[in-house]
Design a protein around this ligand. Structure first.
Ligand code: NAG
Ligand code: NAG
Ligand code: NAG
Ligand code: NAG
Ligand code: NAG
Ligand code: NAG
Ligand code: NAG
Ligand code: NAG
Ligand code: NAG
Ligand code: NAG
Ligand code: NAG
Ligand code: NAG
Length: 665
């Protein structure tokens, strides 16, 4: 009833103009009375709205009885009796209802009925919009209904930041790096917010409790502490969340923790027990647990290993380093190490190692015993060689070679071999030449380089025999004395001997010395000058032991040739007779050999030839020169400056078409 009266009064106000003031006053008092009476049953709906956004203040306008309908909806602010918004449906359909709002909410307020319940929407909420709102719904038939809404304006927090205790500056996305074992505290600072925001922490997505360290007017700080960092803390995500309403998403900030980790293990994955030199091997080293990625180095002893190629792969937590290398004999017995370290941390390296067992063919080096004297070795000295061998496995044989011929132990010849040494006792010039030693093991045999041995010796005559020289009285003959000697600067002494005399020849008579030869021009003046000329050489090593001897005898005609044989031969379709004889004494002078061929019956000469070489009586006659005659005899003889020897006859030589003929003397 009272509601009806009020509505009536409002209508009057609209209609009656000037008169309304009094009436309203009465009605207002009335209305206040009504509120007080209905106070208790009105429940309050709590509504929150975010600053700047819109608020929806609910007000149920559904009539409880059928056929009823809304007359008017009025909104009040607090306990004011002045409406801030109204809808008047009287006499019109709902969607053509009159609406009105006061200037405080005018552009921002609208009443929506499509929602259940209907609601007053207030846009662009400001802080001063907070407070109690009342809604009064008048129906045509049903009693008036009142609702109360308590609007709270929420201001979300404005800023969220993280920092590490005792460190300057705020963190962006990564915190650290830190080391295992250290304490770690992270703070979350939130600015702004009404009501004060709640701060929650998530470690890898799991909610944990922080500790509020500071809670000022405008700033709240929450701290999370890890007393001792462990390896597992690497990559931990710390998320701080601040919120004071569900209406807008919370403010959040995440950081990832970076922790530097020492390597946990270093392992050379297979350690070959035997390495064959010059073969190629791949050795792989595995380093685990380092963060950031481990640095892997290979070392021989304590020196970086350089004679190989390394390839690194693996992922961030397991690093594989493969060393591809060819072991050398020098590597045998050395330590090969793999070192893994965290490049960012000091003193964190771990190592694995093994000893290289490199098998290789012997390395051989031949040295002459006393190198100081090596240039000055002479006959009668003892010489000592050492064969230096390095081999794995150990060598099992050493072989010595002299001028490519294998030497054998021979104490009587002064050749003595012990384990790695060769001793040559009382050497002579035959011991000079090239020496090598060879050593062998399972991997093969190796020869040393050649070591030449120079044996210096006193002059020795080149020809062992006595040389016979024929000379007539007053004839000058040139006698050449040739010796071998090292060094080859030789001084010569000539002597003359016959049964009665023995004297040195005056230097004036020398034709000259030339290193290892001396030429002497000798002229026997009488029978007494025939005898032995001897020549002695002397060099830095000593005097010649036995002289070269030249027997000067009176020159005579040569002796005849004898023991001749005849052969027929065909050479490139040329038939030839070859006659070979034995020379006789040359009479002390140079001799030439001659052959003459005569036709048997006519004694006509058919051929007259010299020997084919000056030193020996060998003759060749083309058969064509003799034909067409078939019956011959031959004569052969030697001649020198003193004349011709007696001739030797070869009788009854018969030529057949291509037969062989043999004659005799
Ligand atoms: C209206 O409410 C205010 C506080 O909201 C209060 O101080 C005042 O006394 C109230 N007036 C009436 C008439 O109830
Ligand atoms: C309020 O009145 C205005 C015109 O004055 C109209 O455009 C609007 O639709 C009305 N709103 C409601 C909810 O009836
Ligand atoms: C309205 O809400 C505020 C906080 O949300 C509260 O302090 C106040 O007491 C409430 N008022 C009423 C009347 O419920
Ligand atoms: C840490 O996180 C990064 C980025 O997500 C990833 O690449 C890396 O593998 C992670 N490290 C470990 C040890 O889990
Ligand atoms: C070593 O590894 C390299 C690269 O993976 C490969 O090319 C080579 O053939 C390997 N050598 C041996 C001896 O396994
Ligand atoms: C790295 O590689 C190892 C072995 O290849 C594997 O066991 C491990 O799971 C890998 N780790 C990552 C983070 O990929
Ligand atoms: C490592 O040692 C060097 C010199 O000793 C020093 O300068 C550096 O700071 C150290 N680094 C760390 C991570 O300890
Ligand atoms: C690393 O070790 C060396 C000697 O071993 C020492 O002098 C140095 O202080 C150590 N550095 C760190 C960072 O432990
Ligand atoms: C040892 O040397 C002597 C003298 O040179 C020689 O006659 C003998 O044949 C040699 N013995 C061996 C086994 O060669
Ligand atoms: C020794 O070796 C050298 C060069 O290696 C060679 O010229 C010389 O003829 C050799 N001597 C002998 C006696 O084989
Ligand atoms: C020494 O004699 C040899 C052979 O007779 C000759 O070839 C050489 O030219 C001579 N040298 C001198 C310096 O006379
Ligand atoms: C003739 O030669 C034969 C064999 O060639 C030989 O046995 C014989 O002694 C030689 N006669 C003379 C006188 O040289």
């Amino acid at each position: 009833m009272a509601a009806d009266a009020r509505l009536f009064a409002l209508s009057l106000r609209l209609i009656l103009g000037g008169f309304y003031i009094l009436v309203i006053l009465i009605l207002c008092i009335n209305a206040d009375e009504n509120w007080d009476k209905d106070d208790d049953p009105i429940s309050t709906v709590e509504v929150s709205a975010v600053l700047g956004k819109s608020a929806s203040l609910p007000c149920d306008i559904e009539p409880t009885t059928r056929g009823d309908g809304v007359y008017m909806v009025l909104w009040f602010r607090g306990n004011s009796s002045k409406p801030i918004y109204s809808i008047d449906v009287r006499g019109r359909s709902f969607n053509r209802a009159l609406n009105w709002s006061d200037e405080m909410v005018r552009p921002r307020a609208r009443f929506v009925t499509v929602s259940q319940p209907a609601a007053l929407i207030l846009e662009a909420i400001a802080l001063h919009d907070e407070g109690i709102y009342r809604c009064r719904v008048d129906f045509r038939k049903s009693p008036t209904r009142n609702f109360q809404v308590n609007l709270t304006v929420i201001n979300p927090p404005s800023e969220i930041m993280m920092y590490v205790s005792l460190e300057r500056g705020y963190i962006d996305t990564i915190v650290g790096p830190y080391q295992v074992g250290k304490e770690f505290g992270i703070s979350c600072e939130v600015r702004g917010g009404k009501p004060p925001p709640i701060i929650t922490w998530f470690v890898n997505g799991v909610e944990v409790n922080g500790r509020i360290k500071e809670n000022n007017q405008n700033i709240i700080v929450s701290v999370l502490t890890v007393p001792q960092l462990r390896r597992e803390h690497l990559n931990t995500t710390y998320k701080c969340r601040a919120t004071n309403t569900k209406l807008v998403p919370p403010l959040e900030k995440s950081v990832v923790l970076e922790v530097y980790l020492k390597p946990l293990s270093v392992t050379i994955m297979s350690k070959p027990s035997i390495l064959i030199s010059e073969n190629t091997y791949n050795l792989t080293c595995e380093v685990t647990g380092s963060h950031p990625r481990a640095k892997v180095t290979w070392l021989e002893g304590n020196v970086e290993f350089e004679s190989g190629r390394t390839i690194n792969n693996g992922n961030t937590s397991v690093v594989y380093s493969t060393l591809e290398f060819s072991p050398r004999p020098e590597d045998h017995g050395k330590q090969l190490k793999c070192r893994g370290e965290n490049p960012k941390l000091n003193n964190t390296s771990l190592e694995d190692l093994f000893h290289l067992n490199v098998v290789f063919p012997p390395k051989v080096q031949l040295e002459i015993g006393n190198p100081l004297n090596a240039q000055n070795i002479k006959e009668e000295d003892d010489v000592y060689f050492e064969c230096k061998v390095r081999a794995n496995p150990e060598y099992h044989r050493i072989t010595w070679k002299h001028n490519e011929i294998i030497l054998v132990q021979n104490a009587s010849a002064g050749i003595v071999m012990s384990s790695q040494n060769l001793v040559l006792q009382k050497i002579n010039r035959e011991n000079g030449g090239n020496y090598t030693c060879l050593a062998s093991n399972d991997r093969g045999e190796t020869s040393s380089t050649v070591v030449p041995l120079r044996v210096q010796f006193a002059p020795v005559c080149k020809t062992k025999e006595v040389t016979i020289i024929g000379a007539s009285i007053d004839e000058s003959v040139k006698i050449r004395c040739e010796v071998e000697a090292d060094p080859n600067e030789v001084d010569f002494v000539w002597e003359f001997n016959n049964s009665g005399e023995n004297f040195e020849l005056a230097p004036a008579k020398f034709d000259g010395n030339n290193g290892t030869t001396s030429e002497f021009i000798y002229t026997p003046m009488s029978e007494r000058d025939y005898g032995a000329l001897t020549c002695w050489g002397r060099n830095a090593i000593g005097k010649q032991k036995t002289p070269c001897v030249y027997q000067v005898i009176p020159a005579v005609k040569p002796s005849p040739l004898n023991n001749c044989t005849i052969k027929a031969s065909v050479n490139q379709s040329i038939e030839t007779l070859e006659i070979e004889c034995t020379p006789g004494y040359d009479g002390g002078l140079r001799q030439d050999f001659r052959l003459e061929a005569y036709e048997a019956h006519t004694n006509i000469i058919r051929a007259n030839v010299s020997s084919i070489i000056p030193e020996a009586p060998i003759f060749r006659i083309p058969v064509a020169d003799l034909l067409p005659a078939t019956h011959f005899y031959l004569i052969v003889y030697a001649k020198n400056a003193k004349g011709r020897s007696d001739v030797s006859h070869l009788e009854d030589i018969m030529l057949r078409d291509s037969g062989k003929q043999t004659g005799n003397n």
